[in-house]
Design a protein around this ligand. Structure first.
Ligand SMILES: *Cc1c(COP(=O)(O)O)cnc(C)c1O
Length: 392
């Protein structure tokens, strides 16, 4: 058992290095804005182009292409909508199954349901909390069989249509192995990189490995547009369809309102894109501050035996979106630690409830997800706002 006071002292000790007063309440995540953000949004309002027209969305998409190296980026209203459209573009439809990690934010699996498909939950690794390709391989060997052109879950009879890995907390999952496995089975990969803008492997950005990848710019993500998301792909035809589907499937025309299929009003307003531009202007600085905050946590938790800070795997460059520790043992003191920290104004959080345990996903197929079960109960996410690293 870890003494709550020692735990709190460690967290506050790391934050004190960055000049944060031990008495100041600290939330898990809050966005940081400067004069540039205020100016960008004001300018957008002054221009009158706050909604669907105006140059801000095009500029923001171009800047996102620069930052990620993605050939095509289509912004949309939030990360969940981005996932919904990306899955549709990957060919996911009613009655299909999509392989999803058991440990992720609920939106990953919700987007699968929006397509009329069923999430099929699989385990994660203890190293990066991402989908485990080795366990997935053995699970598919038992569960999946090829019938003609399609891969079928032999227990449910449903087609397995895609794999949807997540880069959890900004740590790159074992995406190369997942891609290799997916290619062998003819499955498209859609990457949920909502938490991983800026995360890289050998210069390649999270979200640009699969057929499609998605980002989120919610208020608690590494950059924010208030609310927002994006779909990334190397395929120009998919990018064109992403734009079409997210903009009510309106056929571009100077004056006619013609819609050639069922589309969605998922576009990102200019006002939000303007905020995103200002955030991306200092993206390298944001990443640097996040790295320094992570280093500060690493220093203090290195000295606490049994507690390990998630680091991501060797060779990757995580964005350190959300610093997270794993406590020792199975009967952990996690809730006592969280309770005590909250009493002191340090708003640490447990990880999400495992998705296969939620009532609305109770009927979904899953593997044993034993690593996710083991780790979910002893994981604590630490305050990780950008400003906490500003003076480090
Ligand atoms: C935030 C998040 C999303 C959804 O993004 P929104 O912009 O909030 O809709 C999806 N998946 C993961 C893993 C996330 O963290």
């Amino acid at each position: 058992m870890i003494d709550p006071q020692i735990f709190i002292a460690a967290v506050k000790g790391a934050l004190a290095r960055g000049g944060i007063s031990p008495d100041a309440p600290v939330s898990l995540y809050e966005p940081m804005f400067g004069e540039a953000e205020v100016a960008a949004v004001s300018e957008c309002v002054r221009s009158g182009w706050v909604s669907s027209a105006g140059a801000a969305v095009d500029s923001f998409e171009a800047r996102l292409r620069d930052v990620t190296g993605a050939a095509h980026v289509t912004t949309c209203v939030n990360g969940t909508a981005a996932l919904h459209i990306a899955l549709m573009l990957a060919g996911v439809g009613p009655g299909d199954e999509v392989i999803v990690p058991a440990l992720t934010f609920v939106a990953t699996a919700a987007a699968v349901r929006y397509c009329g498909a069923v999430p099929h939950f699989v385990d994660v690794t203890s190293e990066d909390f991402g989908m485990d390709p080795v366990q997935l391989e053995s699970h598919l060997n038992v569960t999946a069989e090829r019938r003609g052109d399609v891969l079928v879950n032999r227990f449910t009879g449903r087609r397995i249509a895609a794999i949807l890995p997540v880069h959890c907390f900004g740590y790159l999952c074992r995406i190369e192995e997942i891609l290799e496995l997916a290619n062998r089975r003819g499955l498209p990969v859609v990457e949920d990189a909502a938490e991983a803008l800026g995360t890289r492997l050998a210069g390649r950005a999270a979200g640009t490995f699969g057929l499609l990848g998605t980002l989120s710019f919610n208020g608690n993500k590494i950059i924010t547009t208030g609310g927002g998301g994006a779909i990334m792909t190397a395929d120009p035809a998919l990018a064109a369809r992403a734009k079409h589907l997210t903009t009510t499937a309106k056929v571009p025309h100077r004056w006619a309102f013609r819609h050639d299929m069922l589309g969605y009003n998922y576009r990102l307003p200019s006002l939000n894109a303007a905020l995103g531009m200002a955030q991306l202007d200092r993206f390298e600085r944001i990443l640097q501050r996040k790295r320094k905050l992570h280093d500060a946590y690493r220093c203090v938790f290195r000295q606490m035996s049994g507690v390990s800070l998630l680091e991501g795997r060797a060779g990757t460059r995580p964005n350190h979106w959300l610093n997270t520790i794993v406590l020792p043992g199975t009967l952990s003191s996690r809730d006592r630690l969280i309770e005590a920290a909250h009493a002191e104004g340090v708003l640490v959080r447990p990880v999400w409830d495992l998705l296969p345990t939620l009532p609305h996903f109770a009927d979904c197929p899953h593997d044993a997800f034993s690593t996710a079960r083991d780790f979910a109960d002893r994981t604590i996410s630490l305050p990780s706002s950008e400003f906490l690293g500003a003076d480090l």
